[in-house]
Ligand binder design. Sequence first.
Ligand code: ADP
Length: 282
Amino acid sequence: MYKVEEGKIQLENGSISEGLIAIASGKGGVGKSTVTVNLAISLAKAGKKVGILDADIHGFSIPRIIGLKDEAKTKDNKTIIPPKSFNIKVISMGSFVDERNPVVWRAPLLSGALQQFMQDVEWGELDYLLLDLPPGTGDMALDIMQNLPHAEVLVVTTPQPTAVHVAGRIGKAAEKLDVDVLGVIENMSYFRCDDCGHKEYIFGQGGGKDLAKELNTDLLGQLPLDPIARQASDDGLPIVEAKKELEISKVYKKISETITSKNTEFDPNKKPISLQNGPACH
Ligand code: ADP
């Protein structure tokens, strides 16, 4: 699917020089896709070239959140030119099927889609490729981790114990598959009262920190619950673009700075498993 040369991931039609980040969550609705988009834009604002591969093939929502207007185009009927929004190259099932239509593919076809998205998309020279994984530890998420051993998993969770408990499984799966965990992001950590500035911990406290400790990684940031951010996501104008002065946008900026300050070296000794060589075993 790719090879590592001169410290870069070399794709068929592009390269990744700084990070292949798989954004994961234990369950849906914790804000994984919203985090993917806002993080991508924050990285781009820091001068990085960024792509998003929406691997949440059944539940794709990236095109809506990032306000993608253009469709993917093909060149010579072989390579796919990814559309851009806010300077981010995006490829998603949503570029090929209508949001209201279910994708009725089963595992082998889905794995094929991932391979095609990695190989046939004209990614060009990227610094970061962010993969929005499907929630949980289903086949697709595990296949991706297994087939992209250079990915680092970034776990998104909300602070309550049940969410943290299920998110822990994805971290354990990464550990078993020898994939590094980049860190934990706690989303919807608190709601700050507009009038008095008081923080209300609606979903409890401490989950992200506990999870980071359990996974032996860092808590990269705690994002507030912000109705303006929710609205921005629904409108396809991500909050870091719409209102960069808000607390939530500043936390995103800080997280992206932490990520860019880490010096990722892609290990040439780790070998990606080609899906053509047979199905991944778990
Ligand atoms: P997931 O990808 O985990 O299923 P989404 O990114 O689709 O979750 O987010 C679920 C909902 O929560 C969306 O309506 C989104 O706008 C909202 N949301 C995400 N993060 C926040 C936040 N920090 N504050 C308020 N709403 C948020």
